[in-house]
Design a protein. Sequence first.
Length: 397
Amino acid sequence: MRVLVVEEHRFQRVVAAKTFTYLGCVEVFQAIDREEAMARLQQIGRVDLVVCALTASGQGMDSLEFLHRLGKARLSGAVLLTCSLSPSMRRGVQQLVERLGMRYVADMEHPLSVESLGQYLREPLASANATPRHPLFWPGEEQIRRGMRDEQFNAFYLPSFDLRDGRIIGIDLLPFWNHPLMGVLAPETFLPALERCGLLDELALLMLEQGLALYRELPEHGRRLRITLRLMGPQLLDRSLVLRIRALLQGQRFDVRHLCFELTGRSLYHITLVELENLLRLRALGCELSLAEFGSDQAGSQLLCQLPFTRIKLAERFIRGLPHEARCRAVVQNCVGLALALDQHLTVVGVVSAEQHLALLGMGCESAQGDYLALPLDRDELLRRVRSDQRLVPPPC
């Protein structure tokens, strides 16, 4: 790991540099101020982490301009601030840093603790500096059509948990591509190309077929699971997909009340009559509708008032500050009350720690997803967990 420490006080700068060296960082560079730091970066190239204070004092560029230049020039993968920020300021700076394409590690005052740094750097920087598995893979139409024909696309299942007793209460169908040369590819790798090829409907029907086939293998107690399939906005612009879904469900030994279609709000603020008709048709079938990323600028409360949604998924950004930030707690608590008042089922996504789990339990949240609870499971692992009724044990208080 390559680190640049920016600090005007020589003693603090040297101690910080020695701390990073002790933690195993391969190269640790030093700079007195932001101007020297920029000049040094032009010489040595990109570093993995820049350590600096957030101050508005001094001549020349201030700290925020320095961060802006770092991100725009792609000179650092992450930032650690050597100062203590208020929760609201921390959220603002974190958003700025992340929008500039860098990872916000932490804010901590001198002297930098070896234990704290080790805890902060172990996970965040590993993921921040990880090279995407297939960054240069851009599938063409011929590859995608061959993959569909050869049944290379398979559903993985992201569980939703009842936080009160740890039961799996639902699964989201996620498409993965078992590519013969590149291995297992995540949806973001190929979905844009699939949309360009006009095959989103075929993939949605394939995922639904696999989900229904898995449902038939579930034990009796597992047949209460809700199956959720996300649809893209363009898929509702004509009637064909919804009519094909209706035809697929006919004759199935499946309670359609356990089927949910999830949509993001990106295209729903200017919904066409055909799109509204398709939403109503899905509800008339007995299926549920879920609004994803609720609270983001693409999915506000206006959509809950206008469209026939029955479920809400809270945008992940709101729980990142739990349990410590009062603003995040207030937003989540109010969303719980809103869902209750509207008779909507609320699912919180993005749970990554036991602390967040406990905080959500304390606020009355009943359903959640996230890496702390479970990663997407393949068919065999999901069946094993449901058959054994393996439950998530709440962390100790």
